[in-house]
Design a protein around this ligand. Structure first.
Ligand code: AMP
Ligand code: ZN
Ligand code: FE
Ligand code: FE
Length: 303
């Protein structure tokens, strides 16, 4: 832990995937794990679906960890994928629900096309086999898992590198929302749009990052995921400066996927992540008042 970190207020994990998308634990199991880990708040942020949040809410009891409603929407900025988290949304919001069903349809159109391409490459894999390993939204991680099971590749990462990653021979793009639309849907559903894992944008230059963040802020972005399992100390510091400069809320999470990303643990990521509850307080204050508050947020992050 760095100097200045504290533990008396509790730790959180605001980026968790369940079986509603490509995580391997059900929302109910996640609630139990969060309680066992003594986390003070969590958010289940499944890809393009709020079903994980809705199911967790159904199981939530008084003694459970605080649950923030959440979602992670795939958007497209200048042709590149950019994930946007939405916190404290109304999970029953009709417009959001409608838009997410549209993204669900886009997956249903894309996934068989990927399978077809794999088949053309001589790989014997059927769509049914992929559906059999998924419970909720079906994505490339499920396809990668099938390729590992069939010994076509040794790891999901190899599946992405060789076949299904961007620009690889079995890659097929799918419809993604423009960031402005995703941000509006989230805000109109009473939520807070947050840029997920900014390191995936692939920019290290401060000036370039500044430009992208300005653009996203003009499209309605309100927060940035500064605490993240894969962020280096340098990236953590850069994103924290971005938050300060653009008056953005700060969030953090591990991107826990259970057995599909076995190196990432709920609450602590690769073992050294600590995300302070103070961030949640600020999100809730923002939702109440429409303004980020001014008190400082300290926390610990080491790599
Ligand atoms: P999809 O939304 O179906 O296109 O799948 C995208 C998801 O695949 C991302 O959210 C990641 O969780 C996962 N993913 C992307 N690249 C990799 C990789 N190289 N190794 C493992 N998982 C990946
Ligand atoms: Zn995922
Ligand atoms: Fe993501
Ligand atoms: Fe995620």
């Amino acid at each position: 832990m760095k100097q200045g970190s504290f533990t008396d207020d509790g730790w959180v994990d605001l980026h968790i995937h369940s079986t509603a998308s490509d995580g391997t634990f059900s929302p109910k199991e996640i609630l139990k794990m969060a309680l066992d880990l003594n986390l003070r708040a969590i958010s289940i942020t499944d890809h393009d679906t709020i079903k994980g949040t809705i199911e967790a809410r159904r199981h939530l009891t008084q003694k459970d960890t605080e649950l923030l409603s959440g979602v992670e929407i795939s958007t497209s900025l200048h042709g590149d994928t950019l994930h946007m988290l939405g916190y404290l949304i109304d999970p029953e919001d009709p417009a959001l629900t409608r838009a997410l069903s549209g993204l669900h349809e886009a997956r249903k159109i894309r996934n068989p096309k990927i399978i077809e391409k794999l088949q053309q490459l001589g790989i014997e894999l059927t769509y049914d086999e992929v559906l059999a390993v998924a419970e909720g939204e079906v994505g490339r991680p499920h396809i990668a898992e099938c390729l590992v099971r069939k010994n076509v590749v040794q790891s999901p990462d190899e599946a992405f590198r060789k076949y299904i990653g961007k620009d690889r021979p079995a890659y097929v793009d799918k419809y993604r929302l423009p960031p402005a639309e995703a941000a509006k849907l989230i805000s109109d559903a009473g939520g807070i749009p947050v840029l997920a894992h900014p390191f995936t944008i692939g920019i290290d230059s401060e000036a370039e990052m500044d430009k992208i963040i300005s653009e996203l802020v003009s499209k309605g972005l309100k927060g940035i995921e500064v605490y993240y399992s894969e962020h280096t100390d340098t990236q953590f510091a850069l994103y924290k400066r971005m938050a300060a400069r653009h008056n953005l809320l700060i969030t953090g999470g591990t991107d826990f996927h259970g057995a599909r990303k076995p190196q990432i643990r709920m609450g602590t990521g690769k073992g050294n992540l600590r995300i302070p509850y103070a961030l949640v307080r600020k999100l809730k204050e923002y939702k109440e008042t429409g303004r980020p508050n001014e008190t400082s947020t300290r926390g610990g992050h080491t790599t």
